[in-house]
Design a protein. Structure first.
Ligand code: FES
Ligand SMILES: [Fe+2]
Length: 590
């Protein structure tokens, strides 16, 4: 886990990346402190550089401020140009593109809006603003004017085109100001709808189109019963938690590691959860087996926690009983001190094990479908990634958090919070999000595609620009991030350049242990490794954002003010999770 999205000071970055980083830090500083309070040392503190080191990239503070405004202005102009490109024959589509670009959450973010208004509101800086952006203001005005004029002409309408143009630009300006005030609660879709409604007032035939665009086709029909969440008490009850362990988690599959985490004979990994101890070990016959990590003599652990190699007998550290790789008892210290007994009665207890696509899963209670059966609907799309051939990119890591396991997955399974919760990720990935719960297998597939033009900060933009074409994947998976959840505790997160798993282990009501493992195909190119590093940074930021969200939710669930919530269509995967919990434990229905 990296501790911060802020680049470490001792990392040497290419000059263009460092300049970009300084510009982003300056934009943030302007938004937070106001133009006149920005200093080089404050910007430097953000990126781990001294003022003197910044001078290496920008000779003066003014040069840095001007470059920051220019970066915002260039991004804005390019976005408008891109959005209107290809619509020369269709002025309505061109105008809609202009509106979309102006109210894109990355272009019109609270920080960038603050930069605009800082310059505009500071009389001493207005000259700079006019020099850098005056021509672009004019170009925007002309683009809108020209299109409104053509729309009016095509409809035989007589219109004060100048007033109509200023009106639309004024509506957009107003919405930009709202962005700064509303910050995280600003509704960009609604803002676009407002601008289109303005055009609908000018041209009534467009109003019908506005209505059609405003209708959310996924708006649910009024239901007899509201789609309610699980009641809050199920996230904090000790009694309910104990039932969850027995009914849901002990019978579930739990990932221990990947087969390439234990490539050599005698390699092992231990695993502990729900008061149970286990280990998996690659035997002399190269087969991986799972055992309870409990000595049949007096119940000590036979292998210490973590990972290691045990090439010969597995020796219990308490009294040195020895077991072979199949779990059979082979050596008893001071055997003559025991009455004769059948060694076969005192072997290590085996556990059920399944290797699925290279990942080693165990379960503490036998029975129920295999993972291969449960993931069968996704097998064809997972196969090209070649999980089984992958190698670890870093050791499996763990983290305990103050959030119930359901709370953690509730957050993972919905994208409703992306625009407000993950502005960086939201700049990289498109708004279209696939949510496919499968009630038959208790699995859920989630997926989204990268935007054509990535935003969201330098990690996102750099990742998108560096990502090599992954020709071993089908076309629609080359720019796609996909997530495959298996109820109740496991998910594969799959990216074009690598994959990871998330394993959530309940450790108490309102408390969970998260386990992460990261893997990629061997022999990754420098570019691919850079992308793995960058997607790791992006996901670490997303993780920090999510952990803050679930911690706050857990406190809310435990407060007296909350009973249960309601779920929308962007939360259908959460609804599926809750449905399956209710099916396992019917008392969770009320
Ligand atoms: S407890 Fe393992 S040898 Fe005694
Ligand atoms: Fe999230």
């Amino acid at each position: 886990m990296k501790s911060s999205d802020r680049p470490e000071p001792n990392i040497r970055l290419a000059p263009d990346i460092r300049r970009e980083q300084l510009i982003q830090a300056t934009i943030k500083a302007i938004a937070e402190l106001g133009l006149s309070n920005v200093t080089l040392s404050k910007v430097g503190a953000e990126v781990g550089l001294t003022a003197g080191m910044i001078n290496f990239h920008f000779e003066t503070k003014q040069a840095l401020l001007t470059a920051s405004l220019k970066a915002v202005a260039d991004e804005y102009s390019q976005a408008c140009e891109d959005a209107m490109a290809g619509h020369d024959d269709d002025p309505v589509a061109g105008l809609y593109g202009f509106i979309d670009a102006n109210l894109d959450s990355q272009i019109c973010s609270p920080q960038k809006a603050a930069v605009w208004y800082s310059y505009w509101g500071d009389s001493s800086a207005r000259d700079v603003y006019m020099r850098i952006f005056g021509h672009s203001d004019t170009a925007s005005y002309e683009a809108v004017y020209e299109r409104i004029e053509r729309i009016a002409a095509a409809r035989g309408r007589t219109l004060d085109v100048e007033a109509a143009t200023l009106g639309l630009i004024g509506v957009i300006d107003n919405l930009w100001q709202e962005v700064m005030v509303a910050r995280g609660t600003f509704d960009y879709d609604d803002a676009v709808a407002t601008c289109r409604a303005y055009l609908g007032n000018l041209f009534p035939d467009l109003a019908e189109g506005c209505k059609m665009r405003l209708v959310d086709v996924s708006t649910p029909e009024p239901a007899d019963e509201l789609p309610r969440t699980l009641p809050a008490w199920t996230y904090c009850s000790d009694t309910f938690f104990q039932k969850e362990l027995e009914q849901i988690h002990l019978p579930a599959w739990h990932v221990v590691c990947h087969q390439n985490d234990i490539p050599n004979v005698g390699d092992y990994r231990t695993f502990e959860a729900f008061g149970e101890r286990a280990f998996v070990l690659r035997g002399e016959d190269n087969l991986v087996r799972a055992f309870n990590n409990v000595c049949p003599h007096r119940a000590h652990q036979v292998l210490g926690p973590g990972a290691g190699n045990c090439p010969g007998l597995i020796r219990c550290p308490y009294h040195s009983w020895g077991f072979d790789h199949t779990g059979d008892l082979k050596a008893i210290a001071a055997q003559k001190t025991f009455p004769p007994f059948d060694n076969g009665q005192f072997g290590l207890k085996p556990l059920e094990l399944e290797t699925y696509m290279g990942f080693i899963f165990i379960r503490f209670r036998p029975g129920g479908p295999s993972l291969a059966e449960r993931f069968a609907p996704y097998e064809n799309e997972l196969a090209p990634y070649r999980f089984a051939d992958m190698v670890p990119t870093e050791p499996v890591s763990e983290e305990e958090i103050d959030a119930d396991w359901k709370n953690t997955w509730d957050n993972y399974l919905e994208d409703y919070h992306f625009p407000t919760g993950h502005p960086g990720l939201f700049g990289l990935m498109s708004m279209d999000y696939g949510r496919d719960p499968n009630d038959a297998t208790h699995t859920i597939r989630l997926h989204h595609q990268m935007r054509d033009k990535a935003k969201g900060g330098w990690s996102c933009e750099r990742y998108a620009s560096l990502l090599p074409e992954q020709t071993h994947l089908p076309q629609d998976q080359r720019n796609s991030w996909r997530y495959y959840f298996a109820y109740p505790s496991f998910a594969f997160d799959v990216y074009p350049e690598m994959m990871d798993f998330l394993h959530v282990i309940p450790v108490g009501p309102g408390r969970s242990r998260l386990r992460f493992g990261s893997y990629s195909l061997p022999g990754a190119s420098r570019e691919l490794k850079a992308c793995q590093y960058l997607s790791g940074r992006i996901n670490m930021q997303v993780h920090r954002e999510d952990m803050a969200l679930v911690a706050s939710v857990q406190k809310g669930l435990e407060s007296s003010a909350y009973d249960r919530g309601i779920l929308g269509t962007k939360e259908i995967a959460v609804a599926a999770l809750h449905r399956w919990v209710r099916a396992d434990l019917p008392e969770a229905a009320s």
